[in-house]
Write a protein that binds this ligand. Structure first.
Ligand code: ADP
Length: 198
């Protein structure tokens, strides 16, 4: 089965675009949601997170999210440490999940693909592009967060231009083109690829 990855920086609109593919009947694995789920349900993963960040990271079996966020979003190395535990778990889960699908192709949505190396698991990569200021405004509004908070998160991510350069396709979500038309166009291409017509 054809596996397509979709990525973009915070506020680029990748979740929104992924939802459009879902409306077309394409199963989407949301890496962030999957990671959140596994951090609360995968006992092996939970044990390694406790070992790395201390027992206070779980309180009565519940992940202390604000504590973990405050640690990893202000320290690149700690974020990398957390990712080194969570990514393999998401990758394993994703493989089993993809094997259960019967659609022409599947989509995996994640902010981090090239940084983690998980792009290698994908046949094609889509980048969702929006300029910095627009991403900042969208993310501030969505998360009800300050500009500084979002900027700090953006600074942890790979340079947007570099990320887009490494993608096979770009969806422009900067108001210059219809996003739905771009999604439909790619959907047709992926269906054709999956059926051997391309
Ligand atoms: P990401 O997943 O890349 O961080 P989202 O898909 O959550 O980004 O989009 C960020 C916010 O901006 C969301 O609230 C979303 O609804 C909004 N948004 C994204 N694209 C558009 C658009 N083209 N027009 C209006 N709002 C948008």
């Amino acid at each position: 089965m054809l596996k397509v990855g979709i990525t973009g920086g915070i506020g680029s609109g990748k979740s929104l675009v992924a939802r459009m593919f879902e409306v077309l009947g394409i199963p989407v694995l949301h890496a962030d949601d999957t990671a959140k789920y596994l951090m609360q349900h995968d006992t092996d993963l939970m044990a390694s997170i406790s070992r790395m960040f201390g027992n206070e990271v779980y309180q009565n079996g519940r992940l202390n999210r604000p504590f973990l966020a405050s640690v990893v979003f202000s320290d690149k190395e700690k974020l990398a440490g957390l990712n080194s535990l969570v990514h393999p778990a998401v990758l394993r889960y994703g493989k089993e999940w993809a094997a259960r699908q019967s659609s022409p192709y599947t989509l995996k949505e994640a902010a981090i693909f090239f940084e983690s190396g998980s792009y290698k698991e994908m046949d094609k990569m889509i980048g969702v592009y929006a300029p910095y200021e627009l991403r900042l405004q969208r993310a501030m509004q969505r998360d009800q967060a300050s500009g500084d908070t979002i900027k700090q998160r953006m600074a942890q991510q790979m340079d947007e231009e570099e990320k887009m350069k490494r993608c096979d396709y770009i969806i422009r979500n900067d108001g210059s083109m219809s996003v739905i038309n771009q999604v439909l166009d790619l959907h047709r291409q992926f269906c054709a690829m999956a059926s051997g017509r391309l």
